[in-house]
Ligand binder design. Structure first.
Ligand SMILES: Cc1cc2nc3c(=O)[nH]c(=O)nc-3n(C[C@H](O)[C@H](O)[C@H](O)COP(=O)(O)OP(=O)(O)OC[C@H]3O[C@@H](n4cnc5c(N)ncnc54)[C@H](O)[C@@H]3O)c2cc1C
Length: 379
């Protein structure tokens, strides 16, 4: 039996991206996915691609992510459905948004502070009454999760990675020294590898615990709604005071989600997500109308619930775990779509050369975690 260099567990955007970049770096790579390729969280994602973050580690990775989405065809040989609508961050009163914009600009991110009049000129559809300033990113927007994952899967295969959908891991394997050396699949088959990377989203904790790695991960459920759009276009928006994010959707809709969540127990990847109720839709629409008045009375086109892998500080767990052979790339806390292409590249580089680029020290699994601030929250 050949032993791979890398076993990737999970075929969402994170795992697929890691598989592409690892294979391109010459690592013998196998990816196993419990269901179909494309992910659980990923398929339900709001898929905003923006760079407004309070911590430099997230901002740098988001910037690399944005660059990847802008050049997706060139880098991966197919589309991601990326649309650069522009992104507006409406801060809470008293939030240090000017300082944050300054910090982001120092990192080379294209963003600026707009006063109310300038923001209205950029996006006349928004009601910004009472808002002094917003942060604006002209290059940001949103992408299409299905097209993104289909392109990454094709690129991974083209680079030589073996992708195995419908291959659920039942347990991680350890050698006599206690190091992780691969995984056993539900049918009993052993897949061995020098390194195993957990990219299993909200399900990562259940796989890591039996080998002695307790992850600070809370599986949580979130809902979103697609409402009929009554204006031609509007920016992607995070409305911190309104507690929502929204973006235009190609299906003539505005996609709107709340920035709150409920903890959900998980038995496995085939968990039934809670139904989206009318109270959620009414509340989300009322909040949307306050910022996007044209949504008044907008008809519901569809709703969906999704799963997040929340950490206490809202930052992911990326890097080697305390157990030799086991790498983590999970805990994305509702914000891991935009960074998917970039983190796969960085982690593959780390595995191949011993150093990540960009630096991912802020995501060290063993860090001390503080409770997340508003600007670290999804999406
Ligand atoms: C409603 C919603 C809105 C969001 N909005 C945004 C946004 O606007 N912008 C943004 O950047 N992010 C957003 N996110 C977050 C983002 O979608 C996720 O962080 C990202 O998709 C995570 O990708 P992943 O590949 O790590 O996880 P997933 O997509 O969940 O993939 C994990 C995969 O692991 C597989 N798996 C699990 N257990 C096993 C096992 N035992 N064996 C094999 N495979 C297994 C699962 O089947 C799944 O396919 C949103 C998420 C949701 C739900």
């Amino acid at each position: 039996m050949t032993v791979d260099d890398l076993l990737v567990v999970g075929g969402g955007i994170t795992g697929l991206s890691l598989a592409v970049h690892a294979a391109r770096r010459g690592l013998r790579t196998t990816l196993v996915e419990a269901g179909t390729l494309g992910g659980v969280s990923t398929q339900r994602s709001g898929a905003l691609v923006r760079t407004h973050y309070a911590d430099p580690c997230s901002a740098r990775l988001a910037q690399r992510g944005l660059q990847a989405f802008e050049a997706f065809d060139l880098r991966y040989g197919g589309p991601a459905g990326f649309v650069a609508t522009g992104f507006v961050y409406v801060p809470e009163p008293g939030e240090p948004v000017a300082e944050r914009v300054e910090l982001l600009r120092e990192l080379g991110i294209e963003t600026r502070l707009l006063d109310q009049d300038a923001a209205r000129r950029i996006d006349p559809a928004l009601d910004l009454e009472g808002v002094a300033e917003v942060a604006y990113e002209p290059r940001s927007g949103f992408a299409d999760p299905s097209r993104t994952c289909a392109t990454l899967a094709a690129a991974a295969r083209a680079a030589g990675a073996v992708l195995r959908p419908h291959s659920a891991v039942s347990e991680l394997l350890t050698d006599r020294a206690g190091a992780v050396c691969g995984a056993r699949l539900a049918g009993g088959e052993r897949v061995e590898a020098a390194s195993t990377a957990l990219c299993a989203g909200a399900f990562s904790g259940g796989l890591a615990a039996p080998v002695g790695e307790e992850l600070a991960l809370r599986p949580t459920a979130v809902s979103l709604a697609l409402l009929e759009r009554r204006v031609d276009v509007h920016c992607c928006v995070i409305d911190a005071p309104g507690g929502i994010y929204f973006r235009p959707d190609p299906a003539g809709a505005t996609l709107v989600g709340r920035r709150t969540w409920t903890d959900t127990p998980l038995d496995g990847p085939d968990v039934a997500l809670p139904a989206v109720d009318d109270a959620f839709v009414d509340d989300a629409r009322a909040r949307l109308v306050a910022r996007l008045p044209s949504a008044t009375g907008a008809r519901v086109i569809s709703t969906r619930a999704g799963m997040l892998d929340m950490t206490p500080d809202g930052l992911p767990l990326v890097g080697p775990s305390a157990v030799p052979g086991l790498w983590l790339c999970c805990g994305w806390s509702g914000t891991g779509f935009k960074t998917g292409p970039a983190v796969g590249d960085a982690l593959a580089g780390w595995l191949a050369t011993g150093t990540p680029d960009p630096d991912l020290a802020g995501f060290a699994p063993a860090r001390e975690m503080r409770v997340a601030s508003a600007a670290r929250s999804p999406h």
